[in-house]
Design a protein around this ligand. Structure first.
Ligand SMILES: [Zn+2]
Length: 308
């Protein structure tokens, strides 16, 4: 019976609040990040005991040049989360590298758009990760869904096994966002070397890593004329996801995300993000009501399941 359950991989991007675009996360308040992470952890524990299920988490943690600028070291946030990381690791959670690629020019943070610069930043982020954990990152998620063939090649070179940056079907080049996931499948695939956005064709080489896209759902926000396919963010107003689930075929796997600070009350008013501590639980309750009992899984386990 359990074979028929839908799987939910809950991923958490551990980072600061958004201030401005582009380069909105060039600096952040580490104390505030920790507060939001501990708040999320307490809510998860309560949820687990209420629904009597263990919820393993895949944590993507910021580790990059702008973290270094704020804390003195690319792994500064990891170091500040040392006890937390050890505690969650003992529970069986997994951790992935979450670099936001910015550069500082004229005293302002902007998106790092130069492929050589992006590669250099990724390499130094992975190096800092390796120093902290004793081994290089196996998982990655690029900030703001940035990807190109050079970055994909670099991830292969760094030994990444699973990347989860793709927003299947979406393309943006506005408000500081620069990504193109046109034609990307909705489930896990090995990217083509000539085009990271899709699986390799018969005559093409493929990357060693697997790309695991976020689950996209057709959500009708208050400012939308028609539904827009958006990533499954469990900090969103619960009705957005509840209504979207009614419009899609029953998914076998859901890759959902949450940003800890989005669950703290009192955030800036936003058309999609509820800034309500209860929205994570409400969204999970609604998903269970729509899909039945869930198999909560790590992102990496979900990929293994998808391949079988
Ligand atoms: Zn991020």
């Amino acid at each position: 019976m359990s074979e028929e359950r839908a799987s939910l991989a809950l991923t958490v991007d551990v980072e600061g609040e958004w201030f401005e675009l582009p380069g909105e996360q060039g600096s952040f308040d580490v104390g505030r990040v920790l507060e939001a992470v501990y708040h999320l952890e307490a809510r998860l524990e309560r949820l687990e005991s209420r629904i009597e299920a263990k919820i393993p988490i895949t944590w993507f943690i910021r580790c990059d040049d702008s973290v270094a600028a704020t804390t003195g070291h690319a792994s500064g946030l990891l170091q500040a989360l040392k006890d937390f990381v050890a505690r969650r690791m003992a529970r069986g959670d997994e951790f992935g590298l979450h670099p936001h690629l910015y550069e500082r020019s004229d005293g302002k943070w902007t998106s790092q758009a130069n492929p050589e610069g992006q590669k250099g930043q990724l390499e130094s982020a992975a190096e800092a990760w390796k120093k902290y954990f004793g081994s290089g990152p196996r998982l990655s998620r690029l900030g703001e869904a940035v990807m190109n063939n050079e970055i994909a090649g670099c991830l292969d070179g760094l030994g990444i096994e699973i990347d989860s940056s793709a927003l299947s079907g979406r393309k943006r080049s506005d408000s500081g966002f620069q990504f193109d996931w046109t034609g990307t499948p909705t489930s896990a695939y090995r990217p083509s070397v000539p085009d990271y956005r899709r699986p390799a064709r018969k005559d093409e080489a493929e990357r060693r890593f697997v790309e695991v896209p976020f689950t996209m759902l057709p959500m009708l926000g208050p400012q939308d004329r028609e539904p827009i396919w958006r990533y499954c963010n469990l900090s969103f107003f619960p009705n957005l996801i509840k209504n979207a689930l009614m419009k899609v075929e029953r998914p076998e796997f859901l890759v959902a995300v949450v940003h800890p600070h989005e669950l703290l009350p009192g955030g800036k008013a936003h058309p999609l993000i509820a800034h309500q501590p209860t929205s994570l639980e409400e969204n999970i309750d609604n998903i269970r009501a729509a899909l039945g009992d869930l198999n909560f899984t790590l992102l990496s386990a979900c990929v293994r399941g998808a391949r079988e």
